[in-house]
Design a binder for this molecule. Structure first.
Ligand SMILES: *[C@@H]1O[C@H](CO)[C@@H](O)[C@H](O)[C@H]1NC(C)=O
Ligand SMILES: *[C@@H]1O[C@H](CO)[C@@H](O)[C@H](O)[C@H]1NC(C)=O
Ligand SMILES: *[C@@H]1O[C@H](CO)[C@@H](O)[C@H](O)[C@H]1NC(C)=O
Length: 978
């Protein structure tokens, strides 16, 4: 165990821990800030420029689908902003961040299989080298660097490996620069996992060199922050695990440097820096036990002043706190000239070791060759890496400190104020705001937080990835995940009043007493008229104007309106977001709103009665009203009663009987069977004769032409003509052929005439020679007007009885109009009623009557039935009924049963010698020939001896019967006539 130098490491650690616990909860008050009275109206708060206030002043650039705008740089002419984002390079106009050119997306072949975020090409090196742009990207864990034309980003010259120039993993922190002689100095992880960090020089004319590999004394899990090319050296700023800290794992901030003319060692430190040295940067709040801001996050170097601004934070695992410390380059150089801190072996303590080359300046470049330039003993160079002294800031207390925030980037502007030059520090916070801090003016006043600019609306904040200041234009460029933002640093006309302008304590701004506005120094008329008073820190105006909060929900409430109380919906709001404070304005507007009050419905007046539903006879009529005067609303009463009333009307106005046509009768018979006749149908007017229109209607019928009729007359006999010739004479005979389409042959007119002529010699020897002639009359002459022929005969009547019609025709042929003559006037057809007598009605029999009773019950009677010709009776010459009107038949022809009883025995002979026998009628009411004859018989007594008994009795004629014969009589009542 190595003996402790002052205290045991463990004891020191405990004290440090204790101090942390004591210090942190109390916070770190801003240096120079005076404790304000507790009244909230007098609390010192820094002014805040909200996102909505700053938005009109800023420009933004976004490219669809592109993220990680983490690399920003300017072209040498400072006309363009070069942006490196994921997979893309952009050239933007400084003026408004409008796009000039997009560098093509360079995709690794791996991209198609590896889809995670890290597989994209994250640009991590973006350097200007003359007219070239040198960029390196992670390129899906296969870093690649390209050399492009600055003015044409798509023109790629070289493509080289990015190993040791660019991290593999986009999350690894790295830094790089190119010197004027073309060497690339890069500080980055050289492998995939980040376990092999290096500061590596390549390209250019000098041999490539690196830091010793896997040697935690050189670099121990570093996070590189920045690098600068200053004089003979290249400086690197980073934080790393403190190898010299022997109690647990602590991160220290470092400044390291190498000589630019280092060419590496021979045998020892081959290809390795021989001039690499590093020193701790201290940024802490002094006290009995200092509070350390150990972790360097960003730097800004002012070359003219050789002043380095650094931002430091606490470890990510502890309470967030940040501080700004400034270092003079001379202080760094001085530490590098001082003793080294050296540990013999891993168990021994770190001890100071005198610097063998206290005024080391990278040798003498004047030697002109690389030999021995570094003037360092290679053994020393391998042994002595870490400086014993710690680089202390310009002032022991940090320029600026704040708790609960982590600064990530810093930029510094040097501003000419009215009285002096001011340093303004721009600090990017991890939640997307920019803090504008005025560097301490003197030992007594300390720094001032001038304002804080919100780049995003409160819910859309995101960390800042890059911060770049352009002094020549006083503009700040900020890269975040999804955009680049340009903020003007001078926004003096933001302040409208003199108080606000001067009270802002902004070195950029002053009140121009002539122009009466807040201007920059350049804009002011003269410096003497320009008022600026930077004597203390600005205080946020804490007067708060009241503003209404959100409306409450609607609630039922009652509301009286002209005497009647209705139920309404009400809502309220309070002047509480915020309520007016420190003399702010009260809320303007109403705090109660009443709506949807209930209202009872009422009827409109009745409409007039509508017209009666009928024009005669009983009808009804209606009138209406509606519940809309007013309409009930929001639970008000509805109207009571009917909205419609009906009553009878025209009760005393009987309707006249309805006059109407009966239906048409069927069409009657056509006047002609062919060649176009007419037929009619009729209707009758019921209930009067007022019906409009005709009672008879005609239509043409049988329009088909009649068949051609042709008739040739026989030859007339030969008749001599009055021409004689040679004693002979001529004879002539005629015949006519008629042809027409007419209904009847009788209507035929004589048509062609044939004439035959013959010559008969006087002696008759030659007979008559026949000479045919056809005569045709041909009238020549002037125009002939038409004239009617006589009427033709009447056609057949359309009906035989009960009024038919008939027609007759005439033709315009007497004469026919010729040679342009006019045709006949008047109708060519005429109609007439005919057969007006009613049609004959044929008589028809009534039904037969029932048969009459039989005249006897036995022994043959007769019965009859009748009918009459009255169904209907014959009329108008109709036929009488044909047949019998009486029918008779026999009945009960069965013989009547025996009606006499048997004869009794002959009585004894009486005194007169006769004896009697008797019989009686068995039928009570004998009919016909029943019981005809006598009921007693008398005979002379016979001597007993010669009594011959009667054995048979002959039948009397009375006992003969009718058999199966009917007699029928026919009565002819009428005879048909044909
Ligand atoms: C870029 O290309 C130029 C011209 O080809 C060359 O001079 C320069 O060395 C290259 N730079 C890098 C870093 O490759
Ligand atoms: C930029 O370079 C590319 C590739 O060399 C070329 O095709 C293109 O024309 C160039 N554009 C301009 C504007 O020069
Ligand atoms: C790089 O630096 C940032 C900011 O300090 C830090 O959050 C991040 O963890 C660092 N990256 C690595 C790999 O340590």
């Amino acid at each position: 165990m190595a003996p402790p130098v002052e205290r045991t490491p463990l004891a020191r650690c405990l004290i440090l821990l204790h101090s942390l616990l004591l210090l942190l909860p109390r916070g770190v008050p801003c240096r120079g800030a005076t404790r304000a009275p507790e009244s909230p109206c007098h609390r010192a708060e820094h002014p805040l420029i909200s996102h909505t206030e700053i938005e009109p002043w800023i420009h933004r650039f976004r490219a669809e689908g592109t993220v990680d705008y983490s690399q920003l740089t300017f072209d040498p002419g400072q006309n363009e902003l070069i942006v490196g984002a994921r997979n893309h390079l952009f050239r933007l106009h400084l003026e408004d961040l409008s796009l000039i050119q997009v560098g093509e997306k360079s995709m690794s072949a791996c991209l198609s299989v590896c889809l995670s975020e890290e597989c994209q090409n994250y640009i991590r090196v973006l350097l200007i080298n003359g007219d070239r742009l040198f960029t390196c990207g992670t390129n899906a864990f296969t870093p690649i660097c390209t050399n492009r034309t600055l003015t044409n980003l798509t023109e790629v010259h070289d493509q080289i490996s990015g190993m040791a120039r660019c991290p593999y993993n986009p999350l690894h922190n790295s830094t790089a620069l190119i010197t004027s002689s073309g060497e690339l100095y890069a500080a980055t992880a050289m492998d995939f996992s980040g376990r092999d960090p290096a500061i590596y020089r390549s390209l250019g004319g000098l041999p490539p060199l690196r830091t010793a590999q896997y040697n935690s004394k050189w670099l121990n899990e570093p996070n590189f922050v920045s690098s600068y090319d200053i004089g003979n050296f290249t400086y690197f700023f980073f934080r790393e695990n403190a190898v010299e800290h022997d109690c647990g794992r602590t991160v220290f901030s470092r400044a390291a440097r190498v000589c630019k003319n280092d060419i590496g060692g021979r045998f020892l430190l081959e290809d390795t820096w021989t001039t690499f040295m590093k020193a701790r940067l201290n940024c802490s709040r002094p006290g009995e036990i200092p509070f350390n801001y150990n972790e360097l996050q960003g730097t800004f170097f002012l070359p003219e002043l050789e002043l380095l601004y650094g931002i430091f934070t606490t470890n990510v695992n502890s309470i967030a706190a940040s501080a700004v410390c400034t270092f003079n380059l001379s202080a760094i150089t001085q530490v590098f000239s001082g003793p080294f801190k050296y540990q013999e072996n891993s168990r021994s303590a770190w001890l100071p070791y005198p610097n063998p080359n206290p005024d080391f300046q990278c040798g003498t470049i004047d030697y002109g060759s690389y030999v021995n330039l570094t003037e360092r003993n290679l053994q020393d160079a391998q042994k002595f890496i870490l400086m014993h002294e710690v680089v202390q800031p310009v002032v022991p207390v940090p320029y600026f400190m704040e708790d609960n925030v982590r600064f990530s980037h810093v930029a510094v502007d040097v501003v000419q104020g009215k009285d002096m030059l001011y340093h303004i520090i721009y600090l990017a916070t991890d939640y997307g705001t920019i803090k504008k801090v005025l560097s301490p003016l003197n030992q007594t006043m300390g720094s001032c937080l001038l304002d804080e600019i919100e780049l995003f609306p409160p819910k859309k904040r995101q960390p800042i990835r890059s911060l770049l200041i352009l002094h020549s234009r006083s503009e700040l460029f900020v890269g975040v995940r999804d955009q680049v933002i340009k903020i003007p640093l001078m926004h003096c006309n933001f302040h409208k009043s003199r108080d606000a302008c001067v009270g802002a304590r902004d070195p950029y701004c002053g009140w121009d007493l002539v122009l009466k506005k807040c201007t920059t120094l350049e804009e002011s008329i003269s410096m003497s008229q320009w008022e600026q008073s930077i004597t203390r820190c600005p205080v946020r105006n804490v007067t708060v104007d009241g503003h209404f909060g959100a409306w409450s929900g609607w609630k039922a409430c009652s509301h009286s309106d002209g005497g009647s109380v209705g139920s309404c919906q009400c809502r309220t709001r309070a002047c509480d977001s915020p309520s007016p404070q420190c003399g702010g304005q009260p809320c303007q507007g109403i705090s109660v709103e009443v709506a949807n009050c209930s209202r009872n419905g009422a009827w409109t007046p009745w409409t007039p009665w509508a017209p009666c539903s009928t024009s005669c006879g009983i009808g009804f009529q209606v009138r209406q009203r509606s519940c809309s005067n007013p309409t009930p609303r929001h639970g008000g009463r509805v109207c009571v009663g009917q909205n419609r009333e009906e009553r009878y009307c025209n009760e005393h106005l009987p309707c006249p009987p309805h006059v109407y046509w009966s239906a048409w009768s069927p069409w009657e018979r056509c006047t002609v069977p062919c060649g176009g006749g007419i037929q009619s149908r009729r209707r009758t007017c019921e209930n009067g004769n007022e019906c409009p229109g005709c009672s008879v209607e005609f239509q043409s019928c049988n329009t088909l032409p009649c068949p051609d009729l042709k008739k040739t007359t026989p030859w007339t006999p030969w008749t001599p003509v009055n021409i004689s010739d040679n004693g002979g004479h001529y004879e002539q005979r005629f015949r006519y052929t008629c042809k027409a389409r007419v209904t009847e042959p009788s209507l035929l007119e004589v048509g062609r005439q044939r004439i035959e002529m013959r010559y008969c010699s006087s002696d008759g020897s030659t007979g008559c020679s026949t000479d045919d002639l056809l005569r045709s009359g041909r009238i020549t002459g002037l125009t002939v007007n038409g004239g009617w022929s006589v009427w033709g005969p009447w056609s057949q009547c359309s009906r035989d009885c009960s009024s038919g019609v008939r027609n007759r025709k005439r033709t315009c042929s007497n004469p026919k109009p010729k040679y342009g003559g006019i045709t006949c006037l008047g109708p060519a057809q005429e109609f007439q009623e005919c057969n007006t007598t009613p049609c004959p009605v044929d008589g028809s029999w009534s039904c037969w009557s029932p048969w009459s009773k039989c005249s006897v019950t036995c022994g043959g009677g007769h019965y009859m039935r009748t009918r009459t010709c009255n169904n209907p009776p014959p009329a108008y010459g109709g036929d009488i009924c044909l047949g019998l009107h009486t029918e008779e038949a026999l009945c009960n022809i069965q013989p009547c049963p025996e009606s006499w009883s048997d004869w009794s025995e002959w009585s004894p002979c009486d005194s007169s010698g006769s004896q009697v026998r008797l019989r009686h009628c068995d039928v009570l009411f004998p009919t016909g020939n029943q019981c005809s004859g006598n009921s007693s018989e008398t005979r002379a007594c016979l001597p007993i001896s010669n009594f011959i008994p009667e054995t048979s009795v002959a039948r009397s004629s009375q006992e003969e019967r009718w058999c199966g014969v009917f007699i029928m009589q026919t009565y002819l009542i009428a005879q048909c006539h044909n």
